[in-house]
Structures are given as C-alpha cells and as structure tokens.
Design a protein around this ligand. Structure first.
Ligand code: IMP
Length: 181
C-alpha cells in the first residue's frame, strides 16, 4: 500500500486505513439493520454516482433486509472546492413515487448536493427521504436538516479514496488520503 499518492500533480498522504473505513461502514450498516429489522418496508437505496459507488456496495453487502438499488448523478465540485452549483447530468434510474428512499453519499460538505437531491426526490413523490453518508464535514455543513446516518465526521480537508476523487482520480484506493500541502 502506497504511503503517498500523486493525482494531477498534487500529493495526498494517508488519512484513514481500510480497517477504519470498514469499521465506519459496519457502524452504518448496523444502524440500518436495526431501523429496518421489521421488514415492513422495502426501502430504495439511492447511490449518488460516482463517489458513493463503493460505500453503497459495501453497505448493501452488510444489510439483512430487502432493499432496492437506484442511482443518480449530481456534482457541486470542481477541483478541490465546492462550486455551490448543483448539477444533475444523469437522471434517476427508477421511480421513487410513494417510496422510502435512503440516499447514499460518499461525503457531505456544504450540504448543497444532498439537500437539493432530497428536495428533488420529495418533488418526484418520494414518501420519505433519509440521508446516509459515509463521511461529513461539520465545519462546513450549513443546512438546518439533520443527516440521518453519518459514518464519521472529519475536519474540513480535501480527501480522496474509497470512491472519492480529485478530478476523477483516486477513487480506486481502499483507504482514504488527504491533500498534503
Ligand atoms: P456539497 O454539495 O458541498 O455537500 O459537496 C458534496 C459533494 O462534493 C460530494 O458528493 C463529493 O462528491 C464532493 N466532495 C466534497 N468533499 C470532498 C472531498 O473532500 N473530496 C472529494 N470530493 C468531495
């Protein structure tokens, strides 16, 4: 496993080991298993592409209730800072009308992306929308909405790995790296 990686000329150093990431995911799956243990409802897992692919897949493998999977693509990042503009280049791959949706995100930063998505899903007729994120940055999150499932809180730093990218690179690493400036 590399100690330092280079992406587009910038260097990143280790931030979280794979064991730490797996532990975070175990915790999220445990909470979901507890909340959906009754099996009364079949929630729809909505993977926010591309960053949440690894996280969503890892959680899905750990849950013991029936759940469907759909995806959507949104992005408010360009380079290493949030642009504040939420883009929706790819539509929803399934209907959310009347459904309980759990949105899976890799990381919540300002919250612009996730809250815009929650509103979009409610406007499309979703019955309930919960947010499940692997990581969040409480120092920059500026929305009144409470996040339902948060794997771990991290400082306001730019990270890559486990699905997270720097201009499309770095997603493949199974641990998380932070910008080394
Ligand atoms: P927000 O809309 O400001 O909350 O930004 C959320 C989106 O920005 C996430 O879906 C990520 O794709 C991306 N993002 C936020 N922080 C980071 C980071 O540290 N590394 C890589 N991508 C990030």
């Amino acid at each position: 496993m590399k100690d330092r990686i280079e992406l587009h000329g910038k260097f990143f150093k280790p931030f979280m080991s794979n064991a730490q990431v797996e532990k975070i995911i175990d915790g999220v799956a445990e909470k979901l298993n507890r909340d959906f243990a009754s099996g009364d409802e079949v929630p729809m897992f909505l993977c926010v592409l591309n960053g949440a692919i690894m996280f969503t897949a890892a959680v899905m493998k750990r849950v013991h209730f029936n759940a469907e999977l759909v995806s959507i693509k949104m992005s408010s990042y360009q380079g290493t800072t949030s642009t504040g503009t939420v883009l929706v280049p790819l539509g929803l791959t399934g209907s959310v009308k009347g459904r309980n949706v759990i949105v899976f995100e890799d990381i919540v930063d300002t919250g612009n992306t996730i809250i815009a998505l929650k509103e979009l899903l409610l406007s499309k007729g979703a019955r309930d929308v919960r947010i499940c994120t692997m990581l969040m940055k409480p120092e920059v999150y500026n929305k009144p909405e409470k996040l339902d499932y948060v794997g771990a809180e991290i400082p306001n730093a730019f990270i890559v790995g486990y699905g997270l990218d720097y201009d499309e690179l770095g997603r493949n690493y199974d641990k998380i790296y932070v910008l080394d400036e």
